[in-house]
Design a protein around this ligand. Structure first.
Ligand code: AMP
Length: 197
């Protein structure tokens, strides 16, 4: 049973590393950004509600986002643990998640903080924009998301640091090097990979 959160600025590689780490630990990766993008692509009611917000690089409301996460974590595959990517993204969402997990007598085991210098993350987002054409990877969208990260998301790390569950990981290097660093830090906490990994 491993419950993880990965945090990092846009372009830090948290989505890619999140999937790798989730696989290694045999838990589902739950990315709120992916859930919202999927809903927009499907044209579902949720998608219609969040499309303009995502394109501007703003945050979807805490209530809606937290409801989406509660639903997802209530599915059977998340009963044995999960890796959250992109949620919580502000201190209010930390409190929503705490309340939800407390209700299940659970807590986060570790928070992976991916540290990438600002120039490097901007360069990576620009590359992704060229390759994938994400609709929020415009110049304004990127600047807005980085500003929101500094203002709203970085403070959640301070909350988790007081609980001694944050591992700061250097996010510069090859994909394999970074994955190995994260796994080493989690193993040092006594968190184990699954045999299948
Ligand atoms: P991401 O893929 O994590 O960069 O998320 C893409 C977009 O989805 C963000 O810019 C927000 O508009 C929205 N989003 C993702 N996670 C959250 C969250 N926890 N709270 C509010 N909005 C979110």
């Amino acid at each position: 049973m491993t419950r993880l959160l990965i945090v990092g600025p846009q372009g830090s590689g948290k989505g890619t590393q999140g999937i790798r780490i989730a696989q290694a630990f045999g838990v589902p990766a739950v990315s709120t950004g992916d859930v919202f993008r999927g809903a927009v692509a499907d044209g579902s009611e949720l998608g219609q509600q969040v499309k303009a917000i995502i394109e501007a690089g703003d945050l979807v409301s805490d209530e809606l986002t937290s409801a989406v996460v509660r639903d997802r974590l209530s599915q059977q595959d998340a009963a044995g643990g999960f890796l959250l990517d992109g949620y919580p993204r502000n201190v209010a969402q930390v409190m929503h998640l705490d309340e939800f997990l407390e209700g299940r007598d659970e807590e986060l085991d570790a928070v992976i903080e991916l540290v990438v210098p600002r120039d490097e993350s901007i360069a990576r987002i620009a590359r992704r924009a060229a390759e994938q054409g994400r609709s929020d990877d415009t110049e304004e969208g990127i600047a807005n998301r980085l500003a929101i990260y500094e203002r709203e998301t970085a403070p959640i790390l301070e909350v988790y640091r007081t609980r001694d569950i944050v591992d700061r990981i250097d996010g510069v290097g090859s994909l394999d090097e970074i994955t190995d660093r994260i796994i080493a830090a989690l193993e040092a906490r006594g968190l184990g990979r699954t045999a299948a990994a």
